[in-house]
Design a protein around this ligand. Structure first.
Ligand code: UT7
Length: 329
């Protein structure tokens, strides 16, 4: 009998309506459209507006998009893993909220916290439940409302992030399609370069932490950039070597969208031409956990059964990794 792989059999996505263009950022901070585009490749990003709206609301819209496309009843879903850095609240897990709001009443689930690599990590975790035969339908979500932790006075950081959600359905496949291999890494010593200073157990929220703006993303961009360029390219090359993939046999690179220059460096290392690289950073910026599934969502109609996809990400932690997926439909 063939090994059971976890195949991606449907994709859903959602981006909020409000478009925050570089020109609007110019009115909020000392920056220019020219600087942002040339240093990052970003032209605009989406922002979730509205009192009481959180990551779960975007995730529910993405899940509903997926379920409607496939004609699946929410009650058929057995497990939901939500990768997010901006959960609705510290607890309970946003996955639980999503299950409730989307009517996935038979599912259990939890959140994965691995910053920009969260979706990739969650994809591997979800796949285990399919590969072992434990579950037949698992939804993996990547979602972030980065605007909720963004200091719009910090021009070095706020310009790159946006809000959005994407998700995939995993089902068993015995014909060799699905998640074939993953290389996943963490290095906690990198936490000093990218983190949120307060709001956790080390430094609970207080008047002082709020006054000091310690609930926003703190990023030392240049340091993160150097690690990201090297590690994302290394791990992408690694997954290719382990699976005997070449520039000719890889059909698509699905890269985390943090900076166009990091994407280019990874594609160059893999020897891939631009037409094999999914890039939507110019419209959405860095949606953290949302970037990879949003790429799959936008490129879904171009993907063909048997296509070889390399997914690659790098983010806070540090966390990074790459996965090899053989597309199933
Ligand atoms: O997804 C999670 C992982 N995160 C990443 O992968 C992000 C990695 N880092 C980056 O993408 C880049 O470091 C940034 C886009 C965040 C920043 O770009 P950079 O080329 O590294 O800029 P920098 O911070 O080195 O700043 C260069 C110059 C500085 O001016 P001086 O000191 O040389 O006079 C900054 O003050 O550019 C200035 N600068 C800006 N100028 C206009 C920084 N941000 C801006 C801005 N507008 N928004």
């Amino acid at each position: 009998m063939q090994k059971i792989h976890a195949a991606i059999t449907a994709v859903g996505g959602y981006v909020p309506e409000y478009i925050l263009k570089n020109s609007e950022l110019e009115t909020m901070m000392d920056t220019t459209d020219e600087w942002i585009q040339s240093r990052t490749g970003i032209k605009e990003r989406r922002i979730l507006k509205g009192e009481g709206k959180g990551s779960s609301d975007m995730a529910v819209a993405a899940v509903q998009n997926l379920l409607e496309k496939r004609g699946i009843d929410p009650k058929e879903i057995e497990m939901v893993i939500c990768a997010t850095t901006t959960p609705d609240m510290q607890f309970p897990a946003t996955a639980n909220v999503i299950c409730d709001k989307a009517g996935m009443t038979k599912a259990w689930g939890y959140d994965v916290s691995a910053a920009c690599s969260g979706f990739l990590f969650a994809l591997t975790i979800g796949s285990q439940f399919i590969e072992t035969g434990r579950h037949k339908k698992v939804i993996v979500i990547g979602v972030d409302k980065m605007s909720s932790i963004m200091n719009y006075e910090d021009r070095k950081t706020a310009i790159i992030f946006g809000d959005g959600a994407g998700c995939v359905l995993l089902e068993p496949n015995e014909d060799g399609y699905g998640l074939i291999d993953s290389v996943l890494r963490t290095d906690g010593s990198g936490r000093v370069f990218l983190h949120q200073k307060a709001g956790g157990s080390v430094k609970p929220a207080s008047l002082e932490t709020v006054m000091n703006k310690e609930h926003y993303v703190y990023q030392e961009g240049q340091a993160v950039f150097k690690f990201a360029v090297k590690n994302m390219a290394d791990v992408a090359a690694d997954i290719m070597a382990r699976n005997n993939l070449t520039a000719e046999t890889v059909d698509w690179l699905v890269p985390h969208q943090a900076n166009k220059r990091i994407i280019n460096a990874t594609a160059e290392r893999m020897n891939l031409p631009a037409e094999k690289v999914m890039v939507n950073i110019e419209r959405y910026g860095n949606t953290t956990n949302g970037t990879l599934p949003l790429c799959l969502w936008e490129w879904e109609s171009k993907l063909k059964k048997g296509d070889n996809l390399v997914l690659a990400a790098f983010g806070g932690g540090f966390t990074w990794g790459a996965s090899y997926v053989r597309w199933a439909y």
